[in-house]
Ligand binder design. Structure first.
Ligand code: PHE
Length: 340
């Protein structure tokens, strides 16, 4: 009798050849696409009552020569299937992990990069306009002494002008003269105290007032202060500088109006308005630095003169961008912020 080749060997118990079993096992492993299906494949083919196990058991009934050949090829098949099974399990585990964490079928999206806050953008534009006219940008403390916020600016404790600023005090048991600055003007006094003329500075920064909010009032907001001190500075210099500023920020043909106004630290004092669609809109306060303020800082007021101004960048941004409520600037709503 010719020796049957391994393909011809029948496992008597199951009637299945090694080759048939291999084809069935590989096909069903290929289509097992979850951990659960893979497990039932393992039980069905490799488990104690599985088809490969049955085939191996059936070899016992073959005669010795047939058993050698069929046994070798069945064992070979077992290690092949074990290897394939392991590969499939690993594949399936990593793809299930992926499915759990990211959706790999989604199209790519650009990361959102953020941008400068609209107040910051406006402050930079304003300070740049003055920088190009020779002013240097400096900053000062938001938590300020009463002395700089009021006294040195010719606003003594009993002066009725203090009523103009409702102040947030930050006193503790040992101090009763510390506050959140109500304007950036204290930097006039600080700058003069620490420097000799000539001085030309702009000072952007946050200010705080203890007042209720509405569409045009916030309890915190920015200001940009300006100060120029030197020999021979006149009101004409103030006007020329602020005209030029208004042209740069609001366009070359913008009409500008000055009116008398009162601030204790300037004399004369003015406010400046611009023509906005036929209406005069006030955008800043200004004036010639009061001789007392110069003297308070140790300057000889017969030798030096100067001008100062203060404006609100949020207000200017509101005009330029047609924003109707100042509270938008600080409510952190991305629908507002991303428009800039
Ligand atoms: N500090 C004033 C205010 O807050 C503005 C101002 C600054 C006026 C400088 C004159 C000169 O209203």
């Amino acid at each position: 009798m010719p020796l049957p080749n391994d393909q011809g060997v029948q496992a008597i118990q199951t009637g299945e050849s090694v080759e048939e079993l291999k084809a069935a096992a590989v096909a069903s492993l290929d289509s097992a696409d979850s951990i659960e299906l893979l497990e039932s494949w393992r039980v069905g083919f490799m488990g104690r009552k599985g088809r490969l196990t049955a085939l191996l058991r059936g070899l016992g009934s073959l005669d010795i020569e047939e058993r050698k050949i069929a046994g070798a090829s069945a064992n070979k098949l077992r290690s092949e299937l074990e290897l394939l099974f392991e590969e499939r399990v690993n594949q399936s585990k990593s793809s299930e992990a992926l499915v759990g964490s990211i959706d790999i079928s989604l199209p790519g999206r650009r990361p959102s990069l953020g941008g400068l806050h609209p107040s910051t953008q406006m402050i930079r534009e304003i300070t740049q306009a003055f920088n190009e006219m020779g002013f240097q940008t400096i900053e000062g403390p938001e938590v300020e002494l009463e002395k700089y916020n009021f006294d040195m600016l010719n606003i003594p404790a009993d002066h009725p002008a203090r009523d103009q600023w409702d102040t947030i005090w930050v006193d503790d048991d040992t101090h009763n003269d510390i506050l959140l600055r109500t304007h950036t003007s204290p930097m006039q006094a600080r700058t003069m105290e620490a420097n000799d003329p000539p001085i030309r500075v702009v000072v952007p920064g946050k200010c705080y007032r203890y007042e209720s909010t509405d569409a045009t009032h916030e309890w915190h907001f920015n200001q940009v202060e300006g100060l120029a001190v030197d020999e021979g500075i006149t009101f004409a210099d103030l006007k020329g500088t602020l005209y030029e500023f208004a042209r740069r920020i609001f366009g070359p043909h913008r009409k500008v109006r000055f009116r008398c106004d009162f601030f204790p630290f300037v004399e004369p004092g003015v406010d400046m308005s611009i023509d906005w669609n036929g209406k005069w809109i006030e955008i800043l306060g200004a004036g010639m630095v009061h001789p007392k303020v110069l003297e308070n800082a140790g300057y000889d007021s017969t030798k030096y003169t100067g001008f100062a101004f203060g404006m609100g960048p949020e207000r200017i941004s509101m005009l330029r961008n047609e924003i109707t409520d100042i509270r938008h600037f600080f409510s952190n709503d991305l629908r507002f912020l991303t428009q800039f």
